[in-house]
Ligand binder design. Structure first.
Ligand code: SF4
Length: 389
């Protein structure tokens, strides 16, 4: 049995540091907070950089985010771990070390979950085996029941994907680019169809075919380095939501890393990333089609306005929606009305007639005045003066 040196394991984890910062993991990636930013008391091993607070399907959790290895034989142009980059300190942990560290940190109440990725060494299959081995040790040897999010390596086999999905709560299959051409520019050695899209199709098929698969499926795009448009990104996202049951698409605004081929490119804008997330939620949760989104002539969205409001300005100012007669989907087209607000309106109007915007405020809808340009109440524009409630 290998003798573990816990100090050495945590030293290695600390050296990994923020290596997975560029890989969002939670349900609200823009709210993801690195543990070291919380200014909490540091522990003997300063592994705070490896912990992120993420929104998981099981609630908000501090999660250990790390990699089997930060060495890689591939050469993705945006990535700090690409082969040959001298500035990256290469660190490798064994599956046993990562499982042991996870359980130790869990017992110390430092984390409540694991996000595990890896660079690729000796091919995707070998690297995937190490990720799966870690999850096997956690689940079987330590009877670990915490949250586990596993990365699926490009080129991993079907059976590996199946096993990962049996062990994990969530798997990431990162497409990186929205088309074959964009991926080629971002990551010359990754195969869009044969290595990545096929995995998403297989993951969907596994979820349909096998019982007791609990893993949801997510993907990530690197945004704004190679001319990708919002239309490309959101068209593919819509397809993945509708046809392959994708739980979430992550949009990571490109940020240049020194000593990579893209180090002279400008960073992508954070507002663009934010608008992509807003639009993606409209596609996934609000029954919008990509054609509904108000793209500009260049295939991108405005960054200065929420896409739902931009759509409403075009479509609802002249043809407002009547809150007394609209169905749930129509109600959710109005800026300020999400699923909870729509339910509250439907329930309230079954009981009484809605006469003024003040009533909406009393239903718990915040800032109902923002929806005034887009709605009617019983066929009439809502009276302005009754806003004072
Ligand atoms: S395969 Fe992953 S770790 Fe390796 S260079 Fe590409 S993005 Fe980076």
């Amino acid at each position: 049995m290998p003798i573990r040196n816990t100090a050495t394991i945590f030293e290695k984890l600390t050296k990994m540091g923020d290596v997975t910062l560029f890989e969002p993991a939670g349900d609200a990636p823009f709210q993801e907070v690195q543990h070291s930013d919380l200014k909490q008391k540091r522990t003997a091993f300063d592994f705070a950089d490896c912990i992120s607070h993420v929104q998981t399907p099981r609630g908000s959790k501090p999660v250990l985010k790390t990699m089997i290895t930060s060495a890689c034989e591939r050469n993705c142009n945006y990535c700090p771990f690409r082969a040959g980059r001298g500035k990256t300190q290469r660190v490798t942990l064994t599956p046993d070390e990562i499982a042991h560290a996870t359980v130790t940190m869990q017992q110390a109440k430092q984390v409540d979950g694991l996000f595990l990725s890896s660079g690729i060494i000796k091919g995707g299959i070998t690297s995937q085996d190490k990720i799966i081995d870690t999850a096997e040790i956690l689940r079987k040897k330590y009877n670990y029941t915490g949250y586990v999010h596993l990365k699926i390596m490009p080129g991993a086999e079907y059976d590996q994907l199946l096993r990962a999905m049996q062990l994990a709560d969530r798997v990431s299959i990162n497409l990186e680019g929205p088309t074959e051409e964009r991926l080629e520019a971002l990551a010359p050695k990754k195969g869009f169809m044969q290595e990545l899209l096929i995995q998403l199709q297989n993951a969907h098929e596994i979820r349909q075919r096998y019982d007791r698969i609990r893993a949801s499926i997510v993907t990530q795009f690197v945004v704004g380095a190679v001319g990708d448009t919002d239309l490309e990104l959101l068209s593919l996202s819509e397809n993945l939501y509708q046809k392959l049951g994708l739980a979430r698409a992550y949009y990571s605004a490109f940020s240049p890393i020194v000593d990579t081929p893209f180090d002279n490119l400008p960073a992508a804008s954070r507002p663009r990333q934010h608008r992509l997330y807003q639009s993606s939620f409209l596609l996934r949760d609000y029954a919008w089609d990509v054609e509904d989104l108000p793209f500009l002539g260049d295939g991108n969205l405005r960054t200065d306005v929420d896409p739902k409001r931009a759509w409403a300005d075009i479509h609802l100012r002249q043809n407002p929606i009547d809150l007394m007669t609209a169905d749930r989907t129509e109600l959710m087209r109005v800026p300020g009305i999400g699923s909870k607000a729509a339910e509250a309106i439907l329930k309230a109007r079954r009981e009484r007639r809605l006469r003024d915007m003040g009533q909406l405020g009393r239903l718990g809808i915040r800032n109902p005045e923002q929806m005034m340009p887009y709605v009617l109440l019983g066929g009439k524009r809502p009276p302005q003066q009754l806003m004072l409630f």
